[in-house]
Structure formats: structure tokens, C-alpha cells
Ligand binder design. Structure first.
Ligand code: NAI
Ligand code: 15L
Length: 269
């Protein structure tokens, strides 16, 4: 596949979308933007819902690749997750198939494996092939997205890199985030690697910086050419002084997904 140049960025108005709008053009990409909400200063952005199949088909026409960030990014009711994340991701893949787009980078989440106990002491890092253990309806939708990506590779030869993002924000703001933080700069490096690596088929990677306290194995990300440059450790002293170390007795600190694992489901479905 030739290196992609024109890339559709879904969810471009969101937190991560805004960070990537700032960082990805330096890699030479021309971004086409789409979101449910208008974006300040971006009059050409496409305003459309992932439920609008016609709009999606037009949006993907002619792009070389897609970075799919759009959707509900926290726990919500099953009905809302179903529409935005499950049906929405399916609609996007169908539009991409119909228009011949060959590469998608899918924003999966650590919450697809959120019930996995976090490593303690000398425990090994969590491997990428650890069984999926979604911690919420939200995490379930990311697990579905990874299966959808595998299906579109096996059935249609469309390639995806599913990135199980930890926490991508300008700075880590909790002690848990010292382990799962992905700096925005490393996020852009990882998305660039995912867009340009050869022959990815369907590859699943964890998305974080090279944190001293990292919980998972970054080797599948590194195999794409990702070389993380950042580490959350400079933030550790301040965060630990404010919040204390992770408490082995606190169920919110027991698993990769943090407090998502103890969140009661949001009813009605
Ligand atoms: P966000 O909530 O700030 O942005 C999501 C964007 O998607 C919003 O601008 C929203 O308007 C748009 N959107 C929602 N439903 C839509 C629909 N039906 N049609 C079209 N657009 C819709 O989320 P954030 O933090 O920017 O995350 C981006 C993606 O990365 C999400 O898929 C999230 O699940 C995933 N992710 C993010 C992490 C992070 O640390 N920021 C961690 C793990 C995963
Ligand atoms: C996610 O999947 C969310 O989208 C993001 O807002 C954070 O909560 C992140 O996970 C996290 O686990 O910190």
C-alpha cells in the first residue's frame, strides 16, 4: 500500500481529535475532518452523524486511510453505545469498503480488556493477546470494533490497526495514568506508524508512552515502527504526593480499567 496522504479523521471535534488536528499535519497528512459537532475555525469540516450512511460514503470517498475516533468515549446506556459505537463503526467500515479505502486506524481502548488485573510487583506485562474482558458497555463496543476489524480483514482484505489507547491527554492527572498515559506527541507517532507500516492485516496494539510504570507490552506497537519518546515519570512525585500510591485493597485500583470496572451499568439499556 502506498503511504497514505489524505486521511479522514472522525471525531475531529473531540479531545483526541483536536490534539491530532494539531500534530498530524507535520507528518505530511492532509486531514479531512468529520464530527457530529461543528469545529471552530474549520469551516470545511463535515458535520454528520455516524448513523448517516450516505454522508459517510461521501466523506470516505477518495481518502487513502481513516483514523476512526468518533463515538461515545465513556460509559453510557447500551442503546446510545449501540447507535454511536457499534452501528456507527459498522457504517464507517461499510462506507470504506464500498469506496475502496484500504487502511483504518481504530481507536480501541484499554477498557476492552479493562477487567484484566493490573500487574503488581514483578508480574509480567499484560500481553496483547490477553483475553478480552470489557469493563463496561463502552468497553464491549471497543471489543466489538476489534472483532469487526478482524472480520473486514478476513472477509474483504481491509487492514486495521486497533489501538487500545490508555489515556491520551496533555498530562497525566492520576496515579493510574502514570501507567497508561500516552502523550499527545506519542499518540501522533503511533497513529503515523499505524498508517504507514506495511502489511498490518489486523494488528492490535496498546497505545501508551514508554512509561516507567507501564502495565502492558508495547512490542506490537513497536513492530509497526512506533518509537515512544515520552514517559509519565516526571509527573509521579506530584501525583503520588497528592493521591498516594495505588491501594491494593481498592477495587478501583485493581484492574487495567481503573474505576470503570466498578461503575454500575447505566439503565435503561
Ligand atoms: P471525545 O468524546 O472527546 O470525542 C469523541 C468525538 O466523537 C466527539 O467530538 C463527538 O462529537 C464525536 N461523536 C460522538 N458520537 C458521534 C456520532 N454518532 N457521529 C459522529 N461523531 C460522533 O473522545 P476522545 O477522548 O477524543 O476520544 C476519541 C476516541 O478515542 C474515542 O473513540 C474514544 O473511545 C477513544 N479513546 C480515547 C482515549 C483517551 O484517552 N482520550 C482512551 C481510549 C480510547
Ligand atoms: C477511555 O477509553 C476514555 O475514552 C478516556 O476518556 C479515558 O477515560 C481513558 O479511557 C482511561 O482509561 O483513562
Amino acid at each position: 500500500m502506498p503511504a497514505p496522504r489524505t486521511v479522514l479523521l472522525t471525531g475531529a471535534a473531540g479531545g483526541l481529535g483536536t490534539l491530532m488536528r494539531g500534530l498530524l499535519p507535520a507528518y505530511g497528512y492532509e486531514l479531512r475532518l468529520i464530527d457530529l459537532r461543528p469545529i471552530d475555525g474549520e469551516p470545511d469540516a463535515i458535520i454528520a452523524d455516524l448513523g448517516d450512511r450516505e454522508a459517510l460514503r461521501e466523506a470516505v470517498r477518495g481518502v487513502d486511510a481513516i483514523i476512526h475516533l468518533a463515538g461515545i468515549s465513556l460509559e453510557s446506556s447500551f442503546d446510545k453505545i449501540l447507535k454511536a459505537n457499534i452501528e456507527g463503526t459498522y457504517n464507517l467500515y461499510e462506507a470504506a469498503r464500498e469506496e475502496g479505502v484500504e487502511r483504518i486506524v481504530f481507536a480501541s481502548s484499554n477498557h476492552a480488556v479493562g477487567f484484566t488485573p493490573r500487574p503488581r510487583g514483578d508480574d509480567p506485562l499484560i500481553p496483547i493477546d490477553t483475553p478480552r474482558r470489557p469493563d463496561t458497555f463502552y468497553g464491549l463496543s471497543k471489543s466489538f470494533g476489534e472483532d469487526l476489524a478482524q472480520f473486514y480483514w478476513d472477509k474483504h482484505g481491509m487492514e486495521t490497526v486497533s489501538v487500545r489507547i490508555g489515556s491520551c491527554f496533555p498530562e497525566p492527572t492520576s496515579v493510574r495514568m502514570l501507567s497508561v498515559w500516552m502523550s499527545p506527541g506519542d499518540g501522533a507517532r503511533l497513529f503515523h506508524a499505524a498508517l504507514t507500516a506495511e502489511d498490518v492485516q489486523h494488528t492490535v496494539v496498546y497505545g501508551s508512552s514508554a512509561n516507567t510504570r507501564v502495565w502492558w507490552d508495547l512490542s506490537t506497537a513497536r513492530a509497526l515502527g512506533y518509537e515512544p519518546q515520552d514517559d509519565s515519570e516526571p509527573y509521579a512525585e506530584k501525583l503520588v504526593a497528592e493521591q498516594g500510591e495505588l491501594d491494593p485493597e481498592n477495587p478501583d485500583h485493581a484492574c487495567l480499567g481503573g474505576h470503570f470496572v466498578t461503575k454500575p451499568p447505566i439503565w435503561p439499556h
